[in-house]
Design a protein around this ligand. Structure first.
Ligand SMILES: CC(C)(COP(=O)(O)OP(=O)(O)OC[C@H]1O[C@@H](n2cnc3c(N)ncnc32)[C@H](O)[C@@H]1OP(=O)(O)O)[C@@H](O)C(=O)NCCC(=O)NCCS
Length: 169
């Protein structure tokens, strides 16, 4: 999924949910009632409110979808403060089965409190339970924020590259 804005911490300040309290938020599978808040968080990053898109993502990745649910939300004080979406893909791009993270997003006011970390840990645990030992993602080259986040978790450049071309007449 596209990553629009980049925002890199400069002053070392931490904000949002308490970074040191493991009880400040919980991570669980998404529910239909969470979708409006997920859409609002996504819109803060992309600037677009994509209701139809999110309804289809929910059908595919939410509870009751085709495979083990891989659409997780972080909840603090009853509100959605972040989400992660991914899937195990078998043999695509010539690659043995691996877990892909398609999107991870934390509400601006809840950032730097460990929410993104907990979401990534939770989906990684789910992938491990599914039997895969590799995690992959894609990100926009200029999104230094998400790059810093993934690098802090030990993710490195992988063996695949993305290619594209215009399909205009
Ligand atoms: C990237 C993002 C998910 C991180 O969520 P978060 O809850 O703030 O992350 P955490 O608090 O768990 O931070 C974990 C580590 O990531 C790195 N990190 C997070 N925010 C950072 C920042 N602003 N600057 C530099 N490093 C940062 C740090 O190494 C941090 O560890 P530290 O706090 O011990 O230094 C969140 O900033 C976000 O939603 N960004 C915009 C969404 C986006 O572009 N998503 C990609 C499209 S799918």
């Amino acid at each position: 999924m596209p990553a629009a804005s980049s925002q890199v911490r400069r002053d070392g300040a931490r904000a949002g949910v308490s970074p040191d309290s493991g009880d400040a938020f919980v991570v669980r599978t998404v529910r239909r009632g969470d979708l409006d808040q997920v859409i609002a968080i996504d819109a803060t990053v992309t600037g677009l409110e994509k209701r139809k898109y999110w309804a289809s993502v929910y059908r595919r990745y939410g509870a009751g979808g085709s495979s083990e649910p891989q659409f997780l939300v972080a909840i603090a004080k009853g509100r959605v403060v972040g989400f992660v979406i991914g899937e195990v893909r078998d043999w695509e791009f010539g690659s043995p089965p691996c877990g892909w993270v398609f999107a991870i997003n934390v509400a601006p006011q809840a950032r730097l409190g460990g929410v993104g970390t907990r979401l990534l840990e939770a989906i990684s645990a789910s992938f491990r339970r599914a039997g895969v030992r590799k995690l992959r993602t894609m990100l926009a080259r200029d999104n230094t924020l998400i790059l810093s986040f993934f690098r802090s978790h030990g993710m490195m450049a992988g063996p695949l590259i993305s290619l594209e071309m215009n399909l205009d007449a």
